[in-house]
Unconditional design. Structure first.
Length: 219
């Protein structure tokens, strides 16, 4: 093997490591990424500004991703008990509660670091929230919600987002909604089709830059 082959192999190994870190960085219970914390800001279309502590090892480190921005700006109205499933460091749930003070907000994530910082950010933003650690709905056994909302972890695999959707049907009251956001051509269309299969209905309530918000209602 020549020197160029050695260099190419090293580059491939480095890329594999980066890819592994990218996947490991949030859909795990105990992230191994060394902890770094960045302050991030989110400005809503109504002008309200939010600040969050964004830790490494939690999606999305160092910024608020575009899909989440679209979801918090353009979701359908919520009321009653609302669950932010796979909450990360808490952006969706915190904004929903702050913008809709009358709701009860519940948040959970498989990632322990995410839960830790969701609690920190909830306190920093002066909201009351029930925040728990657990995979999908295991923290919410026996609980029923008016609305469930999420930016689902598509890269974690088909089973995860399918279980998120089927579990949502079981944890919603009649008339309750599931709202998910995704890039339509990068797995989102499959998500919407499965929502329709489980709920009997699914609609696009917002489209922007290849991203869509899908809504299903438990009838």
């Amino acid at each position: 093997m020549g020197k160029r082959d050695d260099i190419n192999k090293e580059q491939q190994n480095q890329q594999t490591a980066r890819n592994s870190e990218h996947f490991e960085h949030y859909y795990v219970e105990e992230p191994q990424t060394p902890l770094k914390v960045r302050e991030v800001q989110l400005k809503l279309k109504n002008g309200h500004i939010y600040s969050f502590k964004s830790p490494s090892g939690v999606y999305s480190f160092g910024d608020v991703d575009k899909a989440t921005q679209i979801l918090v700006n353009h979701h359908a109205p919520v009321s009653g008990k609302v669950l932010d499933i796979g909450c990360g460091y808490g952006v969706i749930g915190i904004v929903l509660k702050k913008e809709n003070p009358s709701i009860e907000i519940f948040m959970s994530d498989i990632n322990k670091r995410a839960v830790e910082f969701a609690k920190i950010n909830a306190k920093d933003n002066n909201i009351d929230a029930d925040i728990r650690q657990g995979n999908l709905y295991e923290s919410w056994e026996g609980m029923i919600f008016d609305h469930i909302i999420a930016n689902p972890p598509i890269v974690a695999g088909k089973k995860v987002w399918m279980d998120l959707i089927t579990g949502a049907y079981e944890h919603l009251k009649p008339g309750g909604t599931l709202q998910l956001v995704a890039y339509h051509n990068k797995g989102g269309e499959r998500i919407r089709n499965f929502m329709k299969e489980v709920f009997g209905n699914a609609e696009d309530i917002w489209k922007e830059g290849g991203i869509r918000i899908y809504l299903s209602r438990k009838e």
